[in-house]
Write a protein of this length. Structure first.
Length: 153
C-alpha cells in the first residue's frame, strides 16, 4: 500500500499545487486567503475528496472556466481539510483549475463556524468590493452560473 501511495504521489509531483496557507490566526485566515484578489470576484468552495456531491459540482464547473465563466476577474479558491487523504487530494487537484488550500482542523472548524456551514459543498462568494457571504443557493448549478456570469460582465 505504501509503495502504491508513493508511486501515486510521484505521478502528480509538480502538477498538484497546494498553496501555502497564510500563517495567521484563524480569525484572520479568510481575509488573508482572499486579500491577493482584491477587486476580483472570488468563489470559495469548501469541499473534500470523499464528498460525492462536491466532486460532481466541481466536474460541472470545470468546463465553465474555459467557456462562459472564463475571466481574469474571477478567482476560484478551493478549501479542503485533512480528512481528504493526501494521495487522493493530490491526485484530484491537478484537474481542478484554481487555488487549492489544505486546512488543518482548527482552521477548517473556525471557518465552518464563521460561515455557519451546514455541509459540503458550501460556497462563499466575495464580490469585487470585498464583501462576502455564504451562498449555498450555489448548490444549484444554474444559480451559481448565472450569478457569476452577471458579476464578471
Amino acid at each position: 500500500m505504501q509503495e502504491n501511495a508513493q508511486a501515486a504521489l510521484k505521478a502528480v509531483e509538480g502538477k498538484a499545487v497546494i498553496e501555502k496557507t497564510p500563517e495567521v490566526a484563524p480569525d484572520k485566515l479568510f481575509e488573508a486567503l482572499i486579500a491577493p484578489y482584491k477587486g476580483k470576484v472570488v468563489l470559495v468552495d469548501f469541499w473534500n475528496t470523499w464528498c460525492g456531491p462536491c466532486r460532481m459540482a466541481i466536474r460541472a464547473n470545470e468546463p465553465l472556466k474555459e467557456q462562459e465563466l472564463k475571466s481574469d476577474n474571477l478567482v476560484w479558491i478551493y478549501l479542503a481539510n485533512e480528512t481528504s487523504p493526501l494521495v487522493a487530494y493530490k491526485q484530484a487537484i491537478p484537474n481542478i483549475k484554481g487555488k487549492h488550500f489544505r486546512l488543518n482542523d482548527e482552521q477548517w472548524k473556525y471557518l465552518c463556524e464563521q460561515f455557519k456551514i451546514d455541509g459540503i459543498p458550501s460556497y462563499v462568494l466575495v464580490d469585487k468590493s470585498g464583501h462576502y457571504q455564504l451562498r449555498n443557493d450555489f448548490r444549484n448549478h444554474e444559480v451559481m452560473k448565472s450569478t457569476l456570469k452577471k458579476m464578471i460582465e
